[in-house]
Design a binder for this molecule. Structure first.
Ligand code: GDP
Length: 294
């Protein structure tokens, strides 16, 4: 996978070199391995967790060759990342609420996701519920045009929950399959932002009580462990069902995916690997582990 070239170059190459320098599997090896994982932005507690699992597997299977650690690591990481990757959007309509701080790639991701779903034959409609900035509404319209889907908006400063309400009504009458809601990435205070998201959530739950709903948090992979902190902040307030990790093409920090799954138990559903319409990939744990440790 092209998107992971940098992470792979960093982690895999040094890992191979490191493993070659050992003649047996001992605590020094695990210590160096932990350090390498932390440098790949896996995070300290997750790196420790991975090493613990590896120690157990080495003992259980009677493994002696240090180079065997590489395959073991890939297997362990794949197991760790598995579960919850698929998007649940079977009802008509379904809702995907997209949240995240400004600059992480939220608008771009919504455009790419809309294009992907439209390609799968689903009729998508966007709700321009980031009413805090006029530019956000304009940018989303550009992506709606690119993806070839509808969009509902009001003027800057209007009530985001009202935009979502309008979009749901439009979706019901036009027969849309999926509603994707943009949201503000920053308001005057964090409390305002969380209150706004809660209000939008209430409107969705009231108007579409039986609909499938995904709440996707968009995180910028280049910010590394900072992404884990953002996920932690949003997790309780917004009931996140999945992560979209963007800009994996531009970073050596792909390991952050592991930290998010391990520490916060939130599945990654998509990864962004570029700025174009088709640069969004559904997340696949096996592929990702293979790409990370090749
Ligand atoms: P928003 O403020 O969260 O809505 O962020 P935008 O969608 O406007 O994106 C911010 C910048 O990140 C833009 O320049 C995008 O082209 C860029 N971007 C978004 N996703 C990706 C990605 O997966 N890879 C790369 N390289 N750039 C991305």
């Amino acid at each position: 996978k092209a998107g992971l070239k940098k992470t792979r170059r960093n982690m895999s190459d040094s890992l191979h070199r490191m493993l070659h320098s050992f003649t047996r599997i001992d605590e020094d090896l695990f210590e160096e391995l932990e350090e390498l994982l932390v440098m790949g932005d896996v995070g300290v507690s997750t790196a420790e967790h991975i090493c613990d699992i590896l120690r157990g597997k080495v003992k259980e299977r009677g493994i002696k060759d240090p180079n065997a650690i590489f395959d073991l690591l890939r297997e362990t990481v794949a197991e760790m990342l598995q579960g919850g990757e698929e998007l649940h959007i079977s009802t008509k309509p379904s809702v995907i609420l997209v949240i995240g701080v400004n600059g992480v790639g939220k608008t771009t991701t919504i455009g790419k996701m809309a294009a992907l779903l439209q390609k799968q034959g689903k009729k998508v409609i966007l709700a321009a519920a980031d009413t805090f900035r006029a530019a956000a509404i304009e940018q989303l319209q550009v992506w709606a045009d690119r993806a070839g889907c509808d969009m509902v908006s009001q003027s800057e400063g209007s009530d985001p929950a009202a935009v979502v309400f309008d979009t749901i009504s439009a979706a019901k009458s036009r027969g849309n399959d999926v509603i994707i809601c943009d949201t503000a990435g920053r308001l005057h205070t964090k409390k305002n932002l969380m209150d706004e998201l809660a209000k939008i959530n209430r409107v969705i739950d009231r108007e579409l009580p039986d609909a499938d709903k995904e709440v996707l948090l968009v995180l910028d992979a280049t910010t590394g462990q900072n992404g884990v902190n953002q996920a932690r902040e949003f997790k309780n307030a917004a009931g996140i069902t999945g992560i979209v990790l963007t800009k994996l093409d531009g970073t050596a920090k792909g390991g952050v995916v592991l930290a998010i799954k391990d520490v916060l138990d939130i599945p990654v559903k998509f990864v962004g690997v570029g700025e174009q319409l088709d640069d969004l990939q559904p997340f696949d744990a096996d592929d990702f582990a293979r790409a990370l440790f090749e």
